[in-house]
Design a protein around this ligand. Structure first.
Ligand code: SF4
Ligand code: SF4
Length: 249
């Protein structure tokens, strides 16, 4: 089915009581094209019976105004306004558990399609993506600066209020406890484990080449600038370390 042949798309989509400018048809088509152009798209979407098995097994559908069947139908019928609407909120409800993919009689992966829509929302700098990802900025900073997503010094009652009473269980002398671990590289609370400079520098190259840093720049320019400084510093440290090795030889 070619979306360019559709005639049901409105010229503009927007909230009549909002100050935000309406989204033009060209933009809707561009967004859908980006989703459809991904190599995974044809693998994740093979057709849809509208049977609802995916929604019946979806934990997110149980708790939120979200239905994987609806998402798949929007894509399958190339409903550009509906796709854009779903990207404003609904797609962020998916838990990415892929129960739907295991059950769909058509071999679709609604969760995989949601992932493509999320990546496209990030690429287009949608507000929904910025809002959802904002709380993860300290995780991103930790990941880039230490190679770890989470370290013991991040586990605090303030940082993990969603753990409820369980967060009290980590209110322990972690610095002392970590020193009791036999491996010296774990004697710190600043990282979960030590990632060496060479690995860090290689990871930076992967993030650059795969577009991770471009996405970050679109979503949070300030965080992007901080992270670039950290990367430059680590790359300099790595060069110095290499020079030291040459001197020793
Ligand atoms: S995606 Fe699969 S399980 Fe879900 S409604 Fe379509 S055919 Fe049924
Ligand atoms: S991957 Fe998302 S859409 Fe699929 S069952 Fe899990 S929560 Fe639902």
């Amino acid at each position: 089915m070619s979306h360019s042949a559709t005639s049901r798309v409105q010229e503009y989509i927007g909230d009549p009581v909002s100050d935000k400018p309406p989204v033009g048809r060209d933009k809707l088509e561009e967004i859908f094209q980006d989703i459809q152009d991904d190599l995974r798209y044809d693998h994740e979407l093979n057709g849809c019976l509208n049977c609802g098995i995916c929604t019946a097994t979806c934990p997110a559908a149980h708790y939120y105004d979200f239905s994987p069947r609806e998402i798949v139908q929007l894509l399958w019928t190339e409903n550009l306004e509906g796709i854009y609407d779903a990207m404003q909120e609904k797609i962020w409800s998916c838990a990415q558990c892929y129960t739907c993919a295991a059950r769909c009689p058509f071999g679709n992966s609604p969760g995989g399609l949601v992932m493509l829509m999320r990546e496209t929302a990030i690429k287009h700098g949608m507000e929904s993506a910025k809002n959802v990802l904002r709380p993860f900025s300290r995780v991103m900073l930790k990941l880039i600066s230490t190679g770890n997503q989470l370290s013991p010094d991040m586990i605090t009652p303030d940082g993990f209020a969603d753990w409820g009473p369980n967060v009290a269980k980590v209110d322990a002398p972690l610095a002392t406890l970590r020193k009791a671990i036999p491996m010296p590289t774990l004697h710190t609370t600043k990282t979960a484990w030590e990632v060496n400079l060479k690995t860090s520098v290689e990871l930076y190259t992967i993030w650059e080449e795969t577009g991770v840093l471009d996405s970050l720049e679109t979503i949070d320019e300030n965080l992007f600038d901080v992270i670039l400084d950290i990367m430059d510093e680590k790359r300099d440290d790595y060069e110095d370390w290499l020079d030291d090795q040459d001197d020793d030889d």
